[in-house]
Design a protein around this ligand. Structure first.
Ligand SMILES: [Zn+2]
Ligand SMILES: [Zn+2]
Length: 232
C-alpha cells in the first residue's frame, strides 16, 4: 500500500492504534522514538498530523513525552499489547497458514489489527494453536486463551505435533510449506477428515492412519492441523 492509500483508509482510531503499535515495536527493538522519527517509521509525511495524534494519546494518558522521546504509559502498553497480538496472529494466519506472500500479509494484518474483537482474536489464536512467534520471529503477546488450563477444556485446532502420544486427531487443514507435499500427504491418506493417531513424537514423528504407520518430517508435521478427538 502506498502512503496516500494508507492515509486515506486510516480512521482517527486506527491512526492512534498505529502509533501505539509503533511505540511497542520500537521499544521491543530497544530504541526510543521522537515524534519526527515516528512519522518516518510509520511512513507518513511530516504534515499528516502525527503530532496531533500523539497529542491525543498524551491527553488520554496512553503516551508520555520526556526529552522529546515518546514512551507508552502502563495503560498505553496494555492497549498496544492487544494491537500487536492481533497484528502478529493475523500474520501467522495469512502467511503461514494461507500461504499469502509477506507483502500482502502485511497489508492485511495492518487492517485486521484495528477491527478484530477480543473474542475473534482468541478464536484465531486457538485455531492457530496459540503460536508463540510471528513469521518475523517476534513474540506474540499471550491472550486468555493461551493458558494451559483453558487450552485443555476448550475444543480447538492444534498442530499434529502438539498431540500427546496415543492421542487422536481429525485432520482439518493441511498447510505444508511446499505445495508438492500436499499431494504426497493426500496419497498417504493424510487429508482433511482423516483420523490420525500420534504414535511417537521423538526421535521422529510417527502417526498411524488407516492402520499404517507413517514417519513424518517435523517440517511437514508442522503444517498439519487437527482437531483433537477425546472420545474413543
Ligand atoms: Zn511479524
Ligand atoms: Zn491463545
Amino acid at each position: 500500500m502506498n502512503e496516500t492509500a494508507i492515509f486515506n483508509v486510516r480512521s482517527p482510531a486506527a491512526a492512534r492504534e498505529e502509533v501505539l503499535e509503533e511505540l511497542w515495536t520500537s521499544h521491543e527493538a530497544g530504541h526510543a522514538l521522537s515524534v519526527r522519527e515516528l512519522a518516518r517509521t510509520i511512513h507518513a509525511g511530516p504534515d499528516e498530523g502525527w503530532g496531533g495524534v500523539v497529542q491525543e494519546l498524551v491527553d488520554s494518558g496512553l503516551v508520555e513525552v520526556a526529552d522529546g522521546e515518546l514512551t507508552l504509559t502502563a495503560a498505553g502498553q496494555h492497549q498496544a499489547r492487544e494491537i500487536v497480538r492481533r497484528h502478529r496472529l493475523a500474520e501467522v494466519l495469512f502467511h503461514q497458514v494461507l500461504d499469502l506472500p509477506m507483502a500482502v500479509t502485511e497489508n492485511e494484518a495492518c487492517g485486521v489489527e484495528h477491527v478484530l474483537t477480543a473474542q475473534a482474536t482468541d478464536a484465531v489464536c486457538s485455531f492457530l494453536g496459540h503460536p508463540p512467534v510471528c513469521p518475523h520471529g517476534r513474540p506474540i503477546p499471550n491472550g486468555p486463551c493461551c493458558s494451559t488450563l483453558t487450552r485443555r477444556v476448550a475444543p480447538l485446532i492444534c498442530r499434529l505435533a502438539d498431540l500427546d502420544p496415543g492421542e487422536r486427531g481429525r485432520v482439518v487443514l493441511l498447510a505444508p510449506r511446499h505445495r508438492e507435499r500436499l499431494e504426497q500427504l493426500t496419497d498417504l491418506g493424510v487429508m482433511p477428515g482423516a483420523v490420525l493417531t500420534l504414535r511417537q513424537r521423538k526421535p521422529s514423528l510417527v502417526v498411524e492412519v488407516d492402520r499404517t504407520l507413517l514417519a513424518l518430517e517435523d517440517e511437514i508435521a508442522q503444517g498439519i492441523y487437527v482437531r483433537p478427538l477425546t472420545e474413543w
